[in-house]
Design a protein. Structure first.
Length: 243
């Protein structure tokens, strides 16, 4: 099916992601973020962003710790994040969206693999000949739900909103971001499964293989790239908060 070198490459990429996520996770335990949800966002996104996310966390994430913010407030100085370039702010906002997408996609993919009847309920054999398309429907549902949860716990503390207004604000801030992320992710996975894997190796990758999750790592990076322009617009429009 897949050649040994590609299997080894996939395992190596996943191991690298795990090591980077562990390193970031240990650091956020020692230096908690001011925005609590980012304590989850940084390690989760390191699973696919690997060394790039690790670098971004060290360069920009540590500036957003609760301790750093308290020191700035006590000294009447500008908050550390105020000096960060706009591109860093956009990147953090996109990663915040991507963390919910990733967790939702992982849950959905394993659920559809363990219980294929779920894919049947969502159109496999009726609307779609390929199971992958029904899986994507499930991916979107889980990613959307978790993305809104992540956004809710980011935006409510910053704006001091009631639960109802917080949900509305989260929907406004995250819907377009999440859709743009999933477009990039779906686009790359379609390329990987139908062109790269099917034509290059003679078979699609199943969920229980490292090759599938290596492709998902790359797909998440594609999602990040397609989500960044949308997040830039959302921040400039005041719909989404700077992070």
């Amino acid at each position: 099916m897949f050649p040994p070198w590609f299997h080894a490459l996939s395992l190596g990429a996943l191991a690298l992601g795990g090591a980077c996520a562990l390193a970031v996770g240990i650091d956020v335990v020692r230096r908690p973020q001011k925005m609590a949800v980012m304590n989850v966002v940084w390690p989760v996104t390191a699973l696919f962003g690997t060394v790039l996310t690790l670098w971004a966390y060290v360069r920009y994430g540590r500036a957003s710790t609760g301790a750093a913010t308290q020191k700035a407030a006590a000294g009447q100085r500008a908050m550390p994040t105020a000096a960060q370039p706009f591109a860093a702010t956009v990147g953090k906002a996109a990663l915040h969206c991507g963390a919910g997408c990733m967790i939702g996609d992982v849950i959905a993919e394993w659920l559809a693999f363990a219980a294929p009847v779920v894919a049947v309920w969502l159109g496999w054999h009726t609307l779609f000949d390929e199971k992958i398309f029904a899986d994507w429907v499930l991916d979107f549902l889980f990613a959307f739900a978790l993305g809104i949860v992540f956004q809710y716990f980011a935006i409510v503390p910053m704006r001091n909103l009631s639960p109802g207004k917080g949900i509305v604000a989260a929907l406004k801030a995250d819907t377009l971001s999440l859709v743009s992320w999933q477009i990039g992710m779906y686009g790359f996975m379609a390329f990987a499964q139908f062109l790269w894997f099917d034509h290059g190796f003679g078979a699609k990758a199943e969920v229980d293989t490292p090759e599938f999750w290596f492709a998902m790592q790359l797909a998440m990076i594609a999602g990040f790239l397609t989500a960044c322009p949308v997040n830039a617009w959302l921040i400039r429009s005041g719909i989404k908060e700077r992070m």
